[in-house]
Design a protein around this ligand. Sequence first.
Ligand code: ZN
Length: 249
Amino acid sequence: MKFKNALKIFNYPTRICKVCFESIKLKTFSDIFISDDTCTKCFNRREPKFYKFKIKNYDGLSLYDYDDEIKKLIYQFKGCYDIELKNTFLSKYAPLLNLMYVGYYVVFVPSYVDEDKIRGFNHVKEMFSIMNLKTIDLLCKTDNYKQSDQNIQNRINISNYLTLTQQLDLRKKNILLVDDILTTGNTIYSCIELLEKCHPHKIKILTIAKTIKSNDNFQSKYEEKMSFLDSFSKKLHCFTKKILSGKNK
Ligand SMILES: [Zn+2]
């Protein structure tokens, strides 16, 4: 039995790309299990870089350069309140990232609460909601201070607007600090200083995009991991095809 026909039998719904509104063609069985809202054409326009960086000696990872494509998408999501785009940033990488950060608790870099109210959602929480990790609400921004509006001298004052919402003992917990865009790194630095007061076992950082330059590139390691996942999903696809065609009888 063909894969396409099998989908019909199970009445599998047609998926629509949330970026271009074209229907998404499912090619392999494993595609069903990858919650993806982006068609291959739109996905291929983005170039994942998987940049490694360090802030305060903690390891960080950024998926994309903050290029025109990502800038446009983040603006549509965050600035035009298009919540339907929330899964398009991480969807393809969520299984891999879940493996990489298994056991970690996600802490979000906060935005000003009134901004979230106007938008109707917290954009960082929504972007990372596709990852199956537990979260802790730990940080809060007390004023509508925008890093991008400040000159270099004023930027160091971001720590004045960030605070812990609760005093927790995190000695047995690993923390993954997440944000949408890494710019100067000052906000993340200040968040880490606050997190350190709770003594977490480990801290790692993950952002969707970055604007600062980094020479350290994670591309090859990422490709290694993706090819492993690829071969696994191909095996799963062959196995399922056999079952569907009854060849295993
Ligand atoms: Zn598309």
